[in-house]
Design a protein around this ligand. Structure first.
Ligand code: ADP
Ligand code: SF4
Length: 696
């Protein structure tokens, strides 16, 4: 299909100083948990986006000097020439597809503890370092020599970037993550010299670095300045008026303004808390301050929203991190008039949990993220079928749907049987909970794809048992029957069931999602799951007029949501809704009309009166069908069954991302050669250096 002319504007070239982006699609720098530890996987991931049509593809932050690093987080390093081959290869692979390559130069300063290099971190003023961990480290106030050094280090890094053939050098002063931003901040900068006090002084370092870098490499590279327009802290933090003033001060100096919110949690807002395009109120008006192009983000997945941002003069370049992870081919799909094929980001931030846990980023929507080289998985192409075997998939949740989609793409004949009246499994159910509507995109993308596949048939209202499977005679059977929440209190704190009175009113998330409601007005919610479900159900119950007491053995609500950058937002919301939070307490007994709890440190008991108890604990795999079939293994040959595989939550309950991945992996591996005990992925191994005598 040809491109819809309405979207032509998105494919106009944009000049960024001495270089020109072929279109307005700009993959802004984003972490990925691969970085310097997995440089080949990282390179292939970036290359995929260039292949998918992004006009500019940037690296994540590259720390420019060893005196500032953010161990244990895995980003990039540009400390000396030895780091160059790895980074030069990224630019080369991005160029191979006609995209511009950008590199983000970072000096974290007071935002890194330097646990690896043991150098003293530098900051505008003496301060404890501000990181995700309260490491007992203080940063030292920079003197004028330090400032001179820092300016030189930026120039050195920029010159290396030019030698590596990067087209755009991005100076990172955003998200609370870079020294130039720390200087801008009244909170962090208490200096009384020419670099402190009035805004023009606080902006001096950013201006000088930009000037230095421009004059060093500006002939060949575009220089982009990445700032945060608002920290959303009111007058205490950097805010819109102040940052618009900074931009006005330096208006024409950079070749590109890259604008964000701060901190990272505000910038990478999840769909639970922020809609697409949510940054517009902060970004609007910046184009009036400068003639230079402006790039910004806002989880853009709709081409109409993108066009509107350009037409209304909000942005020149459509910045995207997460939408480019969920669909590296987003620009190509718009260009080719294939909007229905776009795999829209659901705004869950599972990708970010990779960075936060120092592991390769995963994506709920795109199971090939990070696996492009490790496993040879392409987000759009998959090798054709290697046999005429047919496959029966039992269960239409995210695992079953992705399995059917990917097998269908390979050309296999697939039947997908779902017990219920609708497809999507847990995704459909959970997307009806407060704030999670966008999660339905996991289902919708796959249903849209399945519609186009002649070899895949879906059957609703089809609860299958072992007899059915043996009768149907499919060659391969995939069991993706999901999981159910436990009703006995077992999870992380209690590994054995807790006493529960027979006449107590007990509910699980499955009950609530099936429409059942507590009979009384006060619910005690026990959360030993620590991710989103407890807090989402608390919101649901409050919205319906009930009082909620939230008990958790953790020190805070939704502790794991720190990794999705949501924890503080979740706890704030629950407190604002009047939820009574009892942290550091475990449920020890459920009675009719109340519960007993105990302090997790001292064991000191107390009780809470309540009409009903909602247990958000562990889940059990729904694997009965699989076990039935295993018990009848001797019948398989006669039935024509060659293999039976358990996948997704039915195998081990986990993230939706894990279920999608499991479905995809099955489809990738069907009819593949048996690799025995070999590693099922590739990895980089560091080259060993000669070991010298340490004491000679
Ligand atoms: P996953 O996350 O692993 O995909 P879900 O719980 O989302 O798991 O989906 C599992 C789906 O399997 C549910 O929609 C459920 O109705 C369906 N299912 C469970 N048992 C059967 C069965 N015996 N036959 C057909 N469908 C089943
Ligand atoms: Fe979007 Fe979630 Fe994928 Fe991240 S993990 S890109 S937020 S769908």
């Amino acid at each position: 299909m040809p491109r819809d002319p309405r979207y032509d504007v998105l494919f106009e070239p944009v000049r960024i100083g001495p270089v020109t982006a072929k279109n307005r699609f700009f993959q802004v720098p984003h972490c990925n948990g691969l970085g310097f530890r997995d440089p080949t996987a990282m390179t292939a991931m970036r290359e995929m986006k260039a292949e998918g049509g992004w006009g500019v593809v940037c690296t994540e932050q590259a720390d420019i000097h060893h005196t500032s690093e953010i161990t244990p987080f895995i980003e990039l390093r540009l400390w000396d020439d030895r780091d160059m081959p790895m980074l030069a290869r990224v630019a080369e692979r991005v160029h191979a597809h006609g995209a511009l390559a950008g590199i983000e130069l970072a000096y974290a300063g007071m935002n890194g503890s330097n646990l690896y290099t043991r150098e003293i971190p530098l900051a505008p003023s003496h301060t404890p370092i501000i990181t995700y961990y309260a490491d007992p480290v203080q940063a030292r106030a920079m003197d004028l020599d330090d400032i001179r050094n820092l300016r030189r280090w930026y120039v050195n890094a920029a010159m290396r970037a030019r030698r590596m053939d990067y087209d755009i050098v991005c100076l990172y002063a955003a998200h609370g993550f870079g020294t130039p931003q720390h200087f801008l901040s009244r909170r962090y900068n208490r200096r009384t010299d020419a670099y402190g006090g009035p805004l023009a002084n606080r902006a001096r370092l950013l201006r000088e670095i930009t000037e230095d870098v421009k004059s060093a490499i500006g002939d060949r590279c575009g220089v982009s300045v990445r700032v945060s327009i608002d920290e959303l802290l009111g007058p205490a933090g950097l805010h819109r008026e102040e940052m618009h003033e900074v931009i006005a001060l330096m208006a024409e100096l950079p070749d590109l303004w890259d604008v964000t919110l701060s901190d990272w949690a505000n910038d990478s807002g999840t769909s639970r808390f922020t809609p697409e395009g949510f940054q517009e109120p902060y970004i609007a008006g910046i184009k009036k301050l400068t003639t230079k192009p402006v790039v910004g983000v806002g989880r853009f997945t709709s081409p109409d929203t993108m066009v509107s941002q350009v037409r209304r003069g909000i942005l020149d370049l459509i910045g995207a991190a997460r939408p480019s992870i969920a669909d590296p081919f987003l620009p190509r799909k718009i260009d080719e008039g294939r909007l229905e094929d776009i795999r829209e980001c659901i705004g869950c931030n599972i990708c970010i949990t990779g960075d936060m846990t120092m592991s390769p980023s995963r994506c709920t929507q795109n199971p090939t993220m990070g696996e492009e080289w490790r496993k040879g998985w392409h987000p759009e192409r998959i090798r054709p079928k290697e046999s005429d075997a047919n496959v029966l998939i039992v269960g239409g949740g995210p695992a079953g749907l992705e399995c059917a989609r990917a097998l269908g793409r390979r050309g296999y004949t697939v039947a997908l049987a779902e017990a219920g009246r609708e497809l999507g499994g847990r995704v459909t159910r959970e997307s009806r909970l407060p704030g999670l509507a966008a999660w339905a995109r996991v289902r919708d993308y796959r249903l849209q794809q399945l519609k186009q596949m002649p070899t895949v048939e879906t059957f609703l209202d089809s609860r299958l048992g072992a007899d059915d499977l043996l009768e149907y005679g499919f060659r391969h059977v995939v069991i993706a029957t999901g999981a159910q929440w436990r009703r006995d209190g077992t999870a992380r704190f209690h590994h054995t069931p807790i006493p529960i009175a027979d006449d107590a009113e007990l509910l699980t998330p499955d009950d609530l999602m099936a429409g059942k409601r507590p009979s009384g007005g006060h619910v005690v919610l026990y959360d030993d799951d620590h991710y989103y479900m407890g807090s989402v159900l608390a919101e649901l119950l409050v919205a319906e007029g009930r009082r909620v007491t939230f008990v958790t053995p953790s020190g805070e609500v939704a502790n794991w949501a720190r990794n999705t950058l949501e924890q503080e937002k979740i706890q704030t919301r629950l407190l604002q809704l009047g939820v009574d939070i009892r942290a550091h307490h475990a449920l020890t007994r459920v009675n009719r009309g109340g519960v007993e709890i105990a302090c997790v440190f001292t064991g000191k008991p107390s009780s809470i009166a309540g009409d009903s108890v909602l247990l958000v604990t562990a889940r059990d795999p729904r694997d009965a069908l699989y076990l039935d079939l295993q018990a009848r293994r001797s019948d398989w040959v006669a039935a024509g069954i060659a293999s039976v595989k358990l996948i997704g939550d039915a195998n081990a309950p986990g993230l939706i991302a894990a279920a999608v991945y499991a479905g995809h992996r099955y489809a990738q591996e069907l009819d593949a050669p048996d690799i025995g005990d070999a590693l099922p992925f590739k990895r980089d191994i560091a080259e060993l250096s000669p070991l010298q005598d340490v004491d000679s």
